[in-house]
Design a protein around this ligand. Structure first.
Ligand SMILES: [Zn+2]
Length: 240
């Protein structure tokens, strides 16, 4: 039996997989439900937001807890809620551990610049959880009765971009900010533009023609949208 995503303001993406568009920055958080475990993809912009996601996820899971977290990339609106989840196994692309350890001041500054209250940013960065499991290449996670694939597809939008493929009757690809629908893809100082189009090729290989592609920000899209965004990025950055 599937959980009732809509009751909690989440969007159902497939059997046992749904996502929520978080307020203010419209970042996506997604949940994949297995028989034994549950994977959360991205954790929000503050500890308070993370705690809200945790409460909703626990309700969606019928009282069970999130067991695994995958972080798409080291930007404040995707990682700063992680410490609200204790006892979870946290995954990220290899190298993200270094960034989240070394660049805490920059992360806090970025959060404040984007409108997170100073005290909230300080609290979240102080408590910041660095992934324990670093993915280079691909990593299959067993959630009980279902597997998900974590894939290090970057760099591109950041130096450390991790996507998740959720197999099902219709495959779901959680893209992080490699794909954006609600605005133009954001290329900050840590973007690697020359590699970004290749990262989108990798996403398309993972999901194929019929998958649901879930952007880091915005409405779900299809393979045609991802291909068009790839072409636009290649033009914008002058790469092939
Ligand atoms: Zn980002």
């Amino acid at each position: 039996m599937d959980v009732s995503w809509e009751d909690f303001g989440w969007e159902r993406l497939g059997d046992g997989v749904g996502r929520r568009r978080l307020p203010v920055w419209d970042a996506t958080t997604a949940l994949v439900v297995g028989e034994d475990g549950a994977l959360l993809f991205d954790t929000g912009a503050t500890l308070r937001e993370g705690a809200g996601i945790r409460a909703q996820a626990q309700a969606l899971l019928g009282g069970r807890r999130v067991t695994h977290i995958a972080l798409s990339h080291p930007h404040f609106d995707h990682v700063l809620g992680t410490a609200a989840f204790s006892g979870t196994e946290v995954y990220g692309a290899v190298g993200v551990d270094t960034v989240l350890t070394r660049d805490r001041d920059a992360l806090r500054g970025d959060a404040v610049r984007h409108g997170v209250a100073e005290a909230d940013a300080v609290e979240a960065v102080d408590a910041l959880v660095v992934p324990h499991h670093l993915v280079c290449g691909e990593w299959t996670l067993e959630l009980g009765g279902r597997q998900v694939l974590l894939a290090n597809v970057g760099p591109g939008h950041s130096g450390h971009d991790l996507a998740v493929l959720v197999p099902g009757s219709r495959e779901v690809v959680l893209c992080g900010d490699l794909v954006e629908e609600s605005g133009d893809p954001q290329a900050g100082p840590d973007a690697i533009p020359s590699r970004w189009p290749a990262a989108l090729d990798r996403l398309l290989e993972l999901g194929g023609e019929d998958a649901v592609y879930v952007p880091g920000h915005g409405a779900v899209v299809d393979a045609g949208f991802v291909r068009a965004q790839r072409a636009e990025l290649a033009r914008r950055f002058g790469v092939s």
